[in-house]
Write a protein that binds this ligand. Structure first.
Ligand SMILES: NC(=O)c1ccc[n+]([C@@H]2O[C@H](COP(=O)([O-])OP(=O)(O)OC[C@H]3O[C@@H](n4cnc5c(N)ncnc54)[C@H](OP(=O)(O)O)[C@@H]3O)[C@@H](O)[C@H]2O)c1
Length: 242
């Protein structure tokens, strides 16, 4: 059957950050195939076009943004049904102060600011928005890049904590992905296209924890870690009174 006829994302406006990267492009293609209305969010001015299977090129609506200027995206985010927070950098073996600052700023803080902007949008009864946050299986296992692991694990922990306030107004999904080939990881064993298809499939099936990896430890550890975090955070924190 035609994917666009059955996908819950058909007709929905879906923005993806890090749109020009390997997974960003693959996600936008999968969303396009699912009948969604994809929007590329890029940290430069270059408009994005996707190569389609028939060799043609499909221009994608592109919005420029910059780390540190997330607030300027608020009107764009308000018009989205789904935001996929996907941008990221990998400082590999670096451990200097500048690499630390950049990793936290790009991978953690800018992602968190976009996440908070989505949570702050007014609820839309009957049509809840979604925010997907691409952390990594580096949340629970080594990626041979300590600053990458720390910045992604911190993002994951903060998303677990803040998701407690999302209720039904915004559906939060976490993407926990294993290694796929890209500029960020030239040695990845999976292909971004296959990863994107699996992500969309699991999201369409309603999974909040979207795991795509050949590593069995991630399948065991990540749900347990997430459940433990939620229990602990619920026990020792409370919602701020309005
Ligand atoms: N590759 C893997 O093995 C792997 C595994 C697990 C998770 N991930 C995660 O998946 C996401 C996508 O990674 P990828 O492998 O597709 O990497 P990629 O091809 O390097 O794409 C990352 C994209 O992020 C954007 N970006 C880079 N620097 C930025 C900055 N300073 N400010 C804002 N945006 C910036 C760029 O897109 P624009 O130029 O379009 O803005 C870039 O193309 C990342 O969050 C990564 O951590 C990757």
């Amino acid at each position: 059957m035609d994917a666009a006829a059955t996908s819950p994302y058909a007709g929905r406006r879906c923005g993806v950050t890090g749109a020009g990267g390997a997974l960003g492009r693959a996600l936008l293609r999968s969303l396009l195939e699912a009948g969604a209305d994809p929007v590329a969010l890029r940290h430069g001015q270059a408009a994005l076009s996707l190569e389609l299977d028939d060799g043609s090129s499909q221009p994608i609506e592109t919005v420029a943004w910059a780390v540190g200027e997330e607030e300027a995206l608020a009107p764009v985010l308000a018009g989205l049904d789904v935001l996929v927070i996907n941008h990221g950098i990998n400082p590999l073996g670096a451990r200097d102060a500048e690499a630390l600052r950049r990793s936290l700023e790009v991978n953690t803080l800018s992602a968190l600011r976009l996440f908070e902007l989505m949570l702050a949008l007014p609820p839309r009864p009957g049509r809840p928005r979604e925010v997907w946050v691409n952390t990594s299986e580096a949340e629970v296992s080594p990626a041979f890049s300590p600053l990458y692991e720390i910045s992604k694990r911190t993002l994951g922990e903060l998303v677990s904590l803040r998701s407690l306030d999302a209720d039904g107004s915004c559906t939060v999904r976490r993407l926990v992905l294993g290694p796929f080939r890209s500029e960020l990881n030239p040695y990845g064993v999976m292909r971004a296209e296959g990863v994107a298809r699996a992500v969309l499939h699991q999201a369409a099936a309603g999974r909040r924890l979207v795991i795509v990896t050949p590593n069995p430890l991630t399948w065991l550890l990540m749900p347990a870690v997430e459940a433990a975090r939620q229990l602990y955070y619920r026990a020792v924190t409370r919602r701020r009174d309005p």
